[in-house]
Design a protein around this ligand. Structure first.
Ligand code: NCD
Length: 306
């Protein structure tokens, strides 16, 4: 049985195959409308979510399956003190696959150790978010027709932003990738990613504070929200929350074919005026998120292709 806990749980070949499947689903959705009929997805969300939970549910419904679950810790037995290990043992009796989001780093991994069904990490604390990464990879491939030989700028909260950690980890396996890490000093990429991924694999990267200095080099600009819920004090959050705001003025200096990505939700990081620029790809990501989650659940459930 396979789980998806960390972006490296899928090989580069498996990701290629999965993205090919997602492309085919996007082009021929009707062909997949019953491939999961009789299958049940459980969504166990101990933290707020709009896109991730609803796109998992929409993905399963698109394939003729059904969904059950909870959308906050308060409405589950976690509020009574139940452990993740016990919860997953119960959920294994109710569903065929599950997606779990939890504020504690490592909770989905722990769940997978007690589970009888495939477990998908839908975000664990400030750690990883591998299905957002599949969404990001699909969007990059659609926009740039490749995942290698790209200069990728990541901007904002690179410390607590789990989507950033997963995307760097996944992209580190492609040739010719270079990262420009744009953040305030306090929100730099954690050392474990710098040391175990970037330095360990000799991947070129630079860390800068000013987006204007580097925007012209970028093929992809990945904007992120400052992760309010992971701050220890409100003062720091208020000081850092508006560190970067992408405006049309700044976009003037970017390449005409740069793509702007954002996992969403957006707070202030991207001015609304940028939404109408053809380089804005963040709403495409939302749609692609459904296709990759369909492809992922088909793969983990070993459902025959249509
Ligand atoms: C992200 C998350 O939950 O990590 N959202 C998402 O899943 N698309 C990003 C965020 O909350 O800022």
């Amino acid at each position: 049985m396979r789980h998806l806990i960390d972006p490296l749980d899928l090989s580069v070949q498996e990701i290629d195959k999965l993205l090919d499947l997602a492309d085919d689903i996007a082009g021929n959705p009707k062909r997949y409308s019953q491939v999961c009929s009789g299958k049940k997805l459980a969504t166990l969300f101990y933290e707020p979510s709009t896109r991730t939970r609803l796109s998992f549910e929409s993905a399963m419904l698109n394939m003729g399956g059904s969904v059950l679950g909870f959308s906050s810790a308060n409405s589950s037995s976690a509020a009574k003190g139940e452990s993740v290990a016990d919860t997953i043992r119960a959920v294994s009796c109710y569903a065929d696959i599950c997606a779990i989001r939890h504020p504690k780093e490592g909770a989905p991994l722990r769940a997978s150790q007690y589970s009888k069904i495939p477990v998908i990490n839908a975000g664990d604390g400030g750690h990883q978010h591998p299905t957002q990464t599949l969404t990001d990879l699909m969007t990059i491939r659609v926009k740039k027709h490749r995942l290698d030989h790209l200069t990728i700028g990541l901007c904002g909260d690179l410390k607590f932003g789990r989507t950033v950690h997963s995307l760097i980890t996944a992209l580190s396996r492609y040739e010719g990738v270079r990262f420009v890490l744009i953040s305030p000093e306090e929100l730099r990429v954690p050392d474990y990613i710098i040391d175990n991924v970037l330095k360990a694999k000799n991947i070129p990267f630079e860390e800068v504070e000013n987006i204007e200095d580097v925007i012209s080099q970028l093929d992809i600009l990945y904007m992120t929200r400052v992760q309010k819920e992971r701050f220890f004090n409100e003062e720091d959050y208020i000081r850092l929350k508006d560190s970067y705001i992408l405006t049309m003025d700044k976009m003037q200096n970017a390449k005409p074919d740069m793509a702007v990505l954002h996992p969403l939700p957006r707070v202030n990081e991207i001015a609304l005026e940028v939404d109408d620029d053809p380089r804005a790809a963040y709403f495409d990501q939302v749609q692609n998120g459904v296709y990759v989650r369909m492809a992922l659940m088909m793969t983990l459930l070993e459902v025959e292709h249509a």
